[in-house]
Design a protein around this ligand. Structure first.
Ligand SMILES: [Fe+2]
Length: 296
């Protein structure tokens, strides 16, 4: 976990969780630095600035090439899930989904919600196969993270559905923007950024849809430090489902082929998630659990 500490309580050996930046914009000490007495002396004059420290047992995680293999068994679950979805047009109502994430078959509200959204998912699939596959994988990864966090079956089921539905609003984004192989311009970016609100609007029309799923979908591009969209919310106003989906979304986006770039390695995705966690964008606890599990 990363937490703020006043300069008078800093001791040598603590690990810096965020860069310390001077008013001039220059980085005084980089995140991840193990503080020495010399560092502490230089910080005394910065009493008004929050110093963020990684808690005692936390260290920057070693991310090496071997961890990809360790993560493979979890990746197989995602492959199974995609296969289950691909097999039939109305695959959303198939039991493999619930079996894979260990959801009780008797969770009928979830099954009802899944059935109610099957037509939306199929609409996304018909319009953009890559968006559809991304939605399925994010649903699976989010459910896996939820189970790592100790969520019960009902919560894991709702989280999976939120992940599955998080980008359905892209179904109404013009294809020339959705499939553009180069950087989006300002106006196109504005249009693209409306997709989470579109997703929320779709789901609001389904009476059986739990609020946690709707809000989780709406806020999946919000970031803890207020740098996200559509509302620029801060930590306490962002639903935990959104914080989890954000990590699953980044992981899958980085490790999948995109029209504008080829897929990147598992380790590259973990490093980006680690960096964004330390930058205060992603939830430190959820990020920590994900990185620990994903690195074996
Ligand atoms: Fe999104």
């Amino acid at each position: 976990m990363i937490f703020p500490v006043s300069t008078r309580n800093i001791t040598s050996g603590m690990v810096l969780g965020r860069d310390i930046i001077l008013d001039s914009g220059r980085i005084l000490i980089k995140k991840g630095t193990i503080l020495t007495n010399e560092h502490i002396n230089s910080l005394i004059n910065l009493a008004s600035q929050d110093i963020y420290i990684i808690s005692g047992t936390d260290k920057l995680l070693p991310i090496d090439e071997d961890c990809q293999e360790k993560f493979c068994s979890r990746q197989k679950i995602i492959g199974e899930l995609l296969h289950a979805f691909d097999k039939t047009e109305c695959a959303l109502t198939q039991m493999p989904v619930t079996r894979i994430v260990g959801i009780n078959k008797g969770n009928s509200p979830l099954m009802e919600s899944i059935a109610d959204t099957a037509h939306i998912i199929n609409m996304v699939k018909n319009r953009s196969e890559s968006t559809y596959r991304h939605c399925v994988k994010v649903g699976a990864i989010a459910a896996i993270i939820g189970s790592w966090l100790g969520y019960d079956n009902e919560e894991v089921g709702n989280l999976m559905l939120a992940g599955l539905l998080h980008d359905i609003g892209k179904a109404i984004i013009p294809l020339e923007i959705l499939n553009k192989p180069s950087k989006l311009n300002g106006e196109e970016m504005c249009t693209m950024r409306r997709h989470s609100a579109f997703s929320y609007k779709y789901l609001s029309e389904i009476k059986s849809m739990p609020n946690s799923i709707k809000v989780g979908v709406l806020q999946h591009h919000e970031r803890l430090n207020g740098s996200g969209y559509p509302l620029g919310l801060n930590t306490e106003d962002i639903h935990d489902f959104s914080k989890i989906i954000a990590i699953a979304d980044i992981y899958d986006a980085i490790t999948s082929d995109r029209v504008y770039r080829p897929r990147m390695a598992h380790t590259a995705a973990l490093k980006i998630i680690q960096d964004e966690t330390y930058e205060g964008k992603l939830d430190p606890w959820i990020g920590r659990v994900f990185l620990e599990k994903a690195t074996g």
